[in-house]
Design a protein around this ligand. Structure first.
Ligand code: KG4
Ligand code: ZN
Length: 381
């Protein structure tokens, strides 16, 4: 089955084409036939985070050029101009580009379109959803609406071009710019959120703390770089930051207090030297890692998880990867750790195409007229 993946939930515009076969087991295999991604991170740097309206415009501007990179030209597509206009009239540039694209591209060999419909920034999600609808109608290809978080889980469950061999119950630690949650899957496609952040997401905390330290967006890689410097030089933090909710008997997280603690230090010391920032970055990263590791271990224990999947942008963090691996390798812990290669940890379209493929296998196609963006979508049964 050939699946076109589309992702626009945040500040990455991404499309890809995969060829996949087999069911959710050892016979599954996929190939990436085309993959195009445009990261808007540099554009949002001046805002210290993603500016939704700018992100939405950028998605609208970049989707067709990215699609042209993965679909070969030739032929043409007949389409109803009025219907197309109704669908994407809020994005005039997207409309114009689609008209031009259809004039030089016929219907490609694609069996299914997988598009992120949530969670994420709703104006951004709508651009991807309407783009998918336009292609679906013009080419008569069914759509599968994908939960972005399921995409992270599915991608993390892969090993190269196949599925990792693992056993349920599966516990997913999802750590991204918008989410921090522990999700239990007793079986395939079943989800129960067993812990989540009460305020900021882990990635959001990295981004906000980076901003406080005068580092560019996205903050995760920047903090991580400074923290690694401190570790290489064996510099121990002078200041102790809190480990929020570590002692509380639940699986929830909270990161806004940690950010406030950093803010207080920065306010009290307006002329922090680079050396001080390096130490602070290390202590911050240690604090986040301590909490993530402890709560994950607790959940593994509580639910008897055989597998831990880590996904989302923060799972690119080298120190957090290492700490989780160490903790799960300790004697007595039998859970297997599945973590994506760092370059696939952040948002991309492959994860959406993969999640879409498994939904398509179960004939979970969407009624195109009813498909909508759902910013607050949560994983459930
Ligand atoms: O999954 P993702 O690409 O987008 C969302 O769905 O939110 O995650 C983006 C988040 C950002 O907050 C970014 O700072 C963080 O992931 N991130 C990292 C690292 N790389 C990206 N956080 C910590 N360490 C990293 N190396
Ligand atoms: Zn994500």
């Amino acid at each position: 089955m050939r699946v076109l993946g589309i992702e626009t939930s945040c500040d990455e515009t991404a499309v890809c084409l995969i060829e996949a076969g087999g069911d959710f087991g050892t016979n599954f295999k996929f190939d990436v036939l085309g993959n195009a991604l445009y990261s808007q991170a540099k554009l949002h740097e001046q805002y210290g985070g993603v500016f939704p309206n700018l992100a939405k415009r950028e998605h609208a501007k970049n989707l067709v050029p990215l699609l042209s990179q993965i679909i070969s030209d030739g032929g043409k597509t007949e389409f109803d101009e009025q219907q197309l206009h109704e669908l994407v009239h809020r994005e005039p540039e997207l409309f114009e580009q689609l008209v031009t694209f259809f004039a030089t591209h016929g219907r490609p060999e694609i069996d299914c379109i997988a598009v992120t419909h949530g969670p994420g920034l709703e104006p951004c999600l709508w651009v991807g959803v309407n783009f998918a609808k336009a292609l679906s109608i013009a080419w008569n290809i069914p759509i599968v609406a994908v939960d972005h978080m399921e995409g992270h889980i599915m991608l993390s469950a892969m090993q190269g071009d196949r599925l990792s061999a693992f056993e349920f119950p599966l516990l997913s630690l999802l750590i991204s710019g918008g989410h921090t949650e522990l999700v239990l899957s007793k079986e395939f496609h079943m989800y129960e959120v067993v812990g989540k952040t009460r305020d900021d997401a882990a990635g959001e905390a990295f981004d906000k703390v980076a901003r406080l330290l005068g580092l560019p967006y996205p903050g995760g890689p920047e903090i991580s770089r400074l923290a690694a410097e401190a570790r290489v030089k064996n510099q121990e933090p002078k200041i102790k930051l809190p480990r929020p909710m570590l002692r509380e008997d639940n699986l929830d997280f909270s990161f806004s207090g940690l950010k406030t603690a950093v803010r207080k230090i920065v306010d009290a010391n307006p002329n922090l030297e680079l050396d001080d920032k390096v130490l602070l970055a290390r202590e911050f990263e240690d604090s986040v890692a301590d909490v993530l590791v402890e709560k994950t271990l607790r959940a593994v224990d509580q639910f008897g998880a055989n597998t831990v999947v880590v996904g989302g942008g923060v799972s690119a963090n080298e120190h957090i990867r290492l700490r989780l691996a160490e903790a799960l390798a300790k004697e007595g812990n039998i859970a297997q750790l599945l973590i994506p290669p760092p370059e696939l940890a952040t948002d991309n379209a492959i994860m959406i195409a993969l999640a879409g493929y498994f939904r398509a296998l179960e004939n979970e196609f969407t009624n195109v007229a009813e498909l909508s963006a759902q910013g607050n979508l949560t994983l459930s049964h």
